[in-house]
Design a protein around this ligand. Structure first.
Ligand SMILES: [Zn+2]
Length: 471
């Protein structure tokens, strides 16, 4: 007789917040991790990346990734260090993006440790990087990209499939199908969900059937305003550029920044904003753009960009890779637009731009994505009306610039879009679990789903360990 299995699921991250996504799955003798992300944000959150994992990395049969963002992939090099040598399954787009994101992150880690060592700016005697470029290179060799919409057998009772999630290039829902007693049961894991409002990315595919659904809830308590994000961007940009200001737009280097660049070009071509120098400032901006344009299956804008860059980019557009070039931009006079990496202002080049532009009342900062609690970005966003100074690199920087937020530019669905996407399910899942959201966002989305569909929903912050499909 065949042994009977129970599916054991345990959230190791992103169950009471939005970073550090890691979900441990055990089925029979096999163990898997869905996503392997870094904790990001304030120091006390980042500290968790140094804590020991409550699982044995060597015992994992595979890691499965929803998408390439660091809060879903950034722990992989540390997992490798702990002895993980199995395959990393993901979509083809995710594999390409994750490689540059991981290398960039490893490089930054080394640079920070180096800097701390030289300046003595660290509590630690001998500051170490969380992981090295060598660790990142090693774990990248384990990637096994797979096409979407095809079942892949992981063992004789378990198979895996990726479906388009519409959040960034390559982003995918993960479906696991468990066979037992002639019955197939499905666990679906959304990772981050996109929406249908993007000008350059296709929206999420529906999931029609699942027994258990693990659903993200970043915007579980928020509604994006109904006006069109591009129109609003045009209004803000026009205002700041008219007063010769420099506009700083913090954005994830991979994801929203490509769309924002496209929108700026679009607004320029329609004469809504003037042609001014536009910079995409991130060490990986060029490579991220190249990958962006090579993944046709995710895009709505496929139009011959390679032959005709004018149809995508602003007229005076430049990607900035070197740190020296980036510093040069901080010395430029306006009008200009700088789209800069590190969306939540937790570090990176955007801080240099802010240091220079915040004291100038002609300047503008446009937030375009989710600012997690405790980050500098959230602090600036919440207190922009009353804030006189902001601490950057141990200096108090005067805040005179205009600070605005365009929530529509987020690459996450809001709660009404999530509810709409759930309409695609043919029948009620046995259980819905909400992760990847602050507690209040999880609670609020849970309530909305119960009210609309009457399903059984539990926020992950209430219960992190589960068992399903037992004999
Ligand atoms: Zn994401």
């Amino acid at each position: 007789m065949k042994p009977k299995h129970t599916l054991k699921l345990r959230f190791l991250g992103a169950y009471a917040g939005v970073t550090g996504s890691k979900t441990h799955i055990q089925w029979g003798k096999h163990q898997y991790l869905i996503d392997c992300g870094l904790f990001q944000g304030p120091k006390e959150v980042k500290e968790q990346n140094w804590a020991e994992l409550p699982i044995d990395a060597k015992a994992l049969s595979a890691v499965i990734l929803t998408h390439a963002h660091l809060d879903h992939t950034g722990y992989l090099p540390r997992l490798y260090r702990q002895g993980f040598r199995g395959p990393v399954y993901c979509s083809e787009g995710t594999a390409e993006l994750a490689k540059i994101i991981l290398m960039d992150s490893a490089y930054l880690e080394e640079e920070l440790a180096d800097y701390a060592q030289k300046t003595g700016y660290s509590r630690h005697k001998n500051p170490q990087p969380l992981f090295t470029t060598r660790d990142a290179e090693d774990v990248i060799k384990l990637f096994q990209p797979k096409p979407r919409n095809e079942w892949l057998e992981l063992d004789e009772t378990l198979s895996l499939r990726f479906l388009r999630a519409g959040h960034i290039i390559g982003s995918s829902f993960v479906q696991l199908r468990f066979q037992q007693d002639q019955k197939a049961r499905t666990l679906s894991f959304t990772g981050d969900i996109g929406h249908n409002r993007s000008m350059i990315l296709k929206g999420p595919e529906p999931i029609t059937d699942t027994d258990v659904l693990v659903l993200e809830s970043t915007y579980g308590d928020r509604l994006h305003p109904q006006t069109d994000g591009c129109t609003l961007l045009g209004q803000y940009l026009a205002r700041a550029l008219k007063r010769q200001g420099v506009v700083v737009i913090p954005a994830f280097a991979v994801g929203r920044s490509q769309e924002i660049v496209y929108m700026i070009g679009h607004l320029e071509r329609r004469g809504i904003i003037p042609q001014v120098p536009v910079f995409l400032d991130s060490p990986m901006s060029k490579r991220a753009l190249d990958i962006f344009f090579s993944r046709e299956e995710d895009q709505t804008v496929r139009s011959s960009f390679r032959q005709d860059p004018d149809s995508f980019f602003p007229k005076n557009f430049e990607t900035i890779e070197s740190a020296d070039q980036s510093m040069l931009i901080t010395m430029m006079d306006g009008p200009a637009i700088v789209v800069s990496a590190s969306g939540m202002l937790s570090g990176g080049r955007v801080l240099h731009h802010l240091k220079r532009r915040l004291p100038d009342a002609r300047s503008m900062v446009i937030f375009s994505g989710y600012q997690a609690e405790g980050t500098k970005g959230r602090f600036l966003q919440d207190n922009s009306a009353s804030l006189k100074t902001l601490r950057i690199h141990h200096e108090e920087v005067e805040v005179a610039a205009e600070i605005v937020t365009i929530e529509h530019l987020s690459s996450h669905a809001d709660y009404s879009e999530i509810l709409q996407w759930l309409e695609g399910l043919n029948q009620a899942p046995e259980q819905v679990l909400l992760n990847h959201g602050q507690g209040i966002a999880q609670d609020s989305l849970a309530e909305a789903i119960r009210k609309r569909f009457g399903w059984k929903v539990t926020p992950a912050h209430e219960q992190a360990s589960w068992e399903f499909f037992g004999p």
